[in-house]
Design a protein around this ligand. Structure first.
Ligand code: GLP
Length: 242
């Protein structure tokens, strides 16, 4: 399978061999790869060459290394459209995943200056502050720090925070969610994000900040979400305006 006389570098041939195993479905997400030693013996090449081939596939996101365990075929990334004001629960259900939440923080406080500015609040108003890890089939996908205007979205409870906020706002409170604005920024996971998202500190994440309004224009939520870089890719349709 490896042709040492080929003009193609050996590490590249190894990569193509691994890619083919994945394309053919012989190696599936979650499967562990043979160790570098076994690879090197099987192909009669140096471990350095094997490592180079694997490192590039890890950097591409096709494989992932787990400290002290080995190298695994990575889960496929979810494609998340950036158009459309949807909730996490809706997004996961639409893909056939079971949405879940781990609620780490739930409190009612006066707004910080940033939140007060974003949500047009007075210092004497109250916000619900939630910290949730959003799960798909029990696997962590994103960490969300949400501030909700307590005068607009009333009677929020821990139970509600552990399911869908948008469902509560629309179905229970009968409010109409209108529009939102978002910003996206790439970053590296710090210790806290790494622990909650079950990734390594220094792994790539994407911060998405959303400010959401009711249909009448009232801003009601300000959210900062850290999405796992290895589980998401984002898509958008760009019509050319004339
Ligand atoms: C997405 C958005 C958040 C929003 C959330 C609501 O994750 N990034 O800004 O708060 O959906 O989701 P749910 O209704 O499932 O609580």
């Amino acid at each position: 399978m490896i042709d040492k006389n080929s003009p193609l570098p050996i590490y590249y041939q190894i990569q193509e061999w691994i890619r083919k195993k994945m394309d053919d479905g012989e190696w599936e997400p979650g499967d562990m790869l043979p160790s570098e030693r076994i690879f090197a013996e099987q192909f009669n090449i140096s471990r350095m060459t094997v490592r180079q081939a694997i490192t590039e596939l890890v950097n591409e996101g096709l494989l992932r290394r787990e400290k002290g365990k080995g190298t695994f075929v990575a889960e496929k990334k979810l494609e998340q459209p950036l158009q459309g004001l949807t909730s996490f629960t809706e997004d996961m259900k639409a893909r056939g995943f079971q949405p879940g939440n781990k609620l780490y923080e739930f409190r009612v406080t006066p707004p910080s200056r940033d939140v007060a500015d974003a949500l047009n609040m007075k210092k004497t108003d109250s916000v619900y502050e939630l910290e949730r890890v959003r799960l798909a089939d029990n696997k962590p996908m994103a960490l969300e720090m949400t501030s909700i205007h307590a005068g607009v979205v009333t009677n929020l409870s821990k139970d509600i925070a552990q399911s869908s906020l948008y469902n509560y706002i629309e179905q229970t409170l009968g409010l109409t969610i209108g529009h939102a604005s978002q910003t996206l920024e790439s970053a590296l996971a710090g210790e806290k994000e790494a622990e909650l998202l079950q990734i390594e500190a220094g792994d790539p994440i994407l911060w998405i900040s959303r400010k959401t309004h009711l249909q009448d224009g009232t801003p009601f939520e300000y959210v900062r979400s850290a999405y796992r870089g290895d589980r998401y890719k984002f898509s958008i349709h760009l019509p050319r305006s004339t």
